[in-house]
Design a protein around this ligand. Sequence first.
Ligand code: SF4
Ligand code: F3S
Ligand code: FES
Length: 234
Amino acid sequence: MTMRVHVKVRRFDPDTDQSPWWSEHDLDAEPSDRVLDVLNKIKWEQDGKLAYRRSCAHGICGSDAMRINGMNYLACKVLVKDLGSNITVEPLLGLPVIKDLIVDMELFFEHYRSIMPYLVNNDPVPTKERLQSPEEHERYDDTTKCILCAACTTSCPSFWATGDYLGPSAIVQAHRFIFDSRDQAAADRLDILNQSSGVWRCRTIYNCTSACPKEIKVTKAIGEVKKALLFNRF
Ligand code: SF4
Ligand code: F3S
Ligand code: FES
């Protein structure tokens, strides 16, 4: 049955606004509509200036993470029926707003690049693939699911406190290679994560795990990296 929803959207246009403000919209939505459908309706039918990122609309590209009713979600994955008839949409916290719901992701990707997010193996290239047992793959399988949406990092109070903290997403990406039996740069990544901006900034708050749309056990992965550092075992 169609629902009447009231949507508040946090707005800011650096060309015209001195400070952020809220736009308010009333519209009909199906319970099975996603927040992305609601935003599209607002943009297409009420206010063409509303700015937000989106691409795949199916939880794959990671471009539409935003704060919805106080929690980080992908707008294309959260359903209206799970939110009720009052919906508040804000940009991710902890990153500068470019316009409306679009934040500047440069710091996030700088942190991502800093942990060497690629396979390092200096052995001669084999004629066939580099083999790995199912047990070896299992060690990092969960962290391969990351889509770099930033929902975890921008829900972390330690990241809000200081943007220097590399953040849960960068640690998840490091985990994916540190525990890969084919990789040879685990010690270098662990050195990076042992610095003052690394894993020890994590206070085990768990917001990251709750926010992850791919249900990655983010806090567990961070704990495994901490253990690898403490016991020099990886
Ligand atoms: Fe997004 Fe989850 Fe990856 Fe964090 S770990 S960037 S929340 S997919
Ligand atoms: Fe932050 Fe997650 Fe740690 S919310 S403090 S990175 S457990
Ligand atoms: Fe691609 Fe939502 S639009 S993840």
